[in-house]
Write a protein that binds this ligand. Structure first.
Ligand code: BES
Ligand code: MN
Ligand code: MN
Length: 457
């Protein structure tokens, strides 16, 4: 393939361009980084034009801009829409990084930087596969790009943008590289993602912070109470105790579960990698099932009282926590948030009051394995990796997937190339050069196979 020869000749420039993008601290959650987020958007726009897009623009939203670009070579030909995000998670805690998060370094064939894998390194592969096809005059179909800047904070402006721009975003397939493969020896295609309901809770006791000696033992401590309430949200079997929580959970057939169990998984490796002696989860389900097809509930942060240096004897007035629930097909994110709120209020003892504030959410998604696009993806992996990819369900969330299915009626293909060990959202995030380059190759093959299949159809 000519495009692959071009890519081989330009590899090191492709990498340099990615490193430049990684130097821009486009942290969407941090309002003091607003200018940097825009700088990243401008950079993506410029690179889309250099790669060969006919046009590229920043589309304003209530939050950070969406970069849109396209090359339409013939309206009669199939169209691929690429989705990705140029925003990144905050890099804190900085002192746990071995090198500064926004000064990318290559070490042991890996790129270390915030966003190296999630998602700058991954969406950038699409720009370079596209460039390789355009510059060798082998682009076989139309291409559109929608790279957003608010994925890590819930994509609040995106739903409206998609609804208002259905024509502009119309396509035959949507490609997303923002997920993982099982390993570099076992490539896989993600066919399911979990949904999300995210809430913040606040428990209030006495009207002010108290001396823990003068009042301790006589007045309920909101931190103790909050811990109790949280502990009760799961039972001894690891099931979530919120009434109605499991009502709509889609159960898999035995055949589907047997199929899932074929994916390689080594529990000892898993534990060694995380440095834990044992795992814990819902009774009756395997680890792959616990993250792939079962819902979960986790505290993401908890605070209250005194956490500074030394000791302060205080019985605090308030305690808070951020709680996320990962959801599976047929659970409705808003409904679950409401069930949580009702339940949490109902279990609050008389000696405290509670406030539940919903944050962003999103629906779970399952992708069909019967489409032309899925078959083209399998072929692309076979061509680039020499192996047939395994379908997997992942535990993370990309709410836009369900939104694309609902509003655009197009099934996305989750063609991610990350590894669980890339430490996304953690200190020392990294992305393998092997994965970056293999990804570009796989995507280039996808264009070819998908166009061929569409032409035959
Ligand atoms: N790329 C991740 C999602 C992901 C990671 C899917 C690994 C599969 C495997 C995405 O950027 C992300 O972090 N999503 C958030 C949800 C969002 C609504 C903030 C998540 O999953 O926490
Ligand atoms: Mn991502
Ligand atoms: Mn992320």
């Amino acid at each position: 393939m000519k495009a692959i020869a071009y890519f081989n000749d330009n590899k090191s420039r492709f990498l340099d361009e990615l490193l430049e993008l990684l130097r821009i601290p486009s942290v969407s959650a941090d309002s003091s980084k607003k200018e940097e987020v825009i700088r990243a958007a401008e950079y993506v726009k410029e690179k889309l034009l250099e790669a060969g897009a006919d046009k590229a623009e920043l589309c304003q939203t209530d939050g950070h801009p969406i970069v849109y670009g396209e090359k339409i070579i013939d309206p009669e030909l199939p169209t691929i829409l690429v989705y990705g995000h140029y925003d990144v998670q905050p890099a804190d805690p900085y002192d746990l990084w071995d090198s500064p998060p926004f000064e990318p370094v290559i070490k042991d064939e890996r790129i270390y930087a915030r966003g190296a894998c999630d998602d700058k390194g991954q969406f950038y592969m699409h720009l370079k596969a596209f460039e390789s096809l355009v510059k060798t005059s082998t682009l076989p179909c139309n291409a559109k790009f929608m790279i957003e800047g608010e994925e890590e904070v819930g994509s609040s402006g995106l739903e409206q943008f998609v609804i208002e721009n259905k024509e502009k975003l119309s396509s035959d397939v949507i490609l997303i590289s923002d997920t993982s493969i099982i390993s570099n020896d076992t490539p896989s295609i993600t066919v399911g993602l979990r949904g999300l309901s995210y809430v913040e809770v606040e428990v209030t006791g006495p009207n002010r912070d108290l001396h823990s000696g003068v009042y301790g033992g006589a007045v309920a401590n909101p931190i103790n109470v909050l811990c109790d309430m949280i502990a009760g949200l799961q039972d001894a079997d690891g099931r979530i105790t919120i009434p109605g929580f499991y009502d709509n959970v889609a159960e898999l057939s035995e055949a589907e579960r047997t199929e899932m169990a074929k994916a390689p998984f080594d529990l000892d490796d898993y534990k060694r990698n995380l440095n834990i002696k044992a795992i814990k989860g819902e009774k009756g389900f395997s680890t792959i099932e616990r993250t792939g097809i079962r819902p979960s509930l986790d505290v993401n942060g908890i605070w209250g009282g005194y956490t500074g240096e030394g000791a302060k004897t205080v019985l605090p007035s308030k305690a808070s926590a951020k709680i996320s629930m990962r959801l599976v097909p047929n659970q409705d994110s808003d409904e679950i948030t409401e069930l949580f709120r009702k339940h949490f209020e109902s279990i609050a003892p008389d000696y405290v009051s509670v406030k539940v504030t919903p944050h962003h959410g999103g629906e779970a998604a399952v992708v069909s394995t019967n489409s032309d696009a899925y078959q083209a993806t399998v072929k692309a992996f076979e061509a680039a990796w020499g192996k047939t990819p395994i379908p997997t369900r992942e535990g993370g969330s990309i709410p836009i997937v369900a939104l694309f299915q609902k509003e655009l009626r197009v099934d996305p293909i989750l063609m991610g190339f990350g590894l669980d060990s890339d430490a996304i959202h953690s200190p020392n995030e990294s992305y393998g050069l092997f994965n970056f380059y293999k990804g570009i190759e796989t995507i280039s093959y996808f264009y070819q196979f998908f166009s061929e299949e569409k032409q035959q159809a």
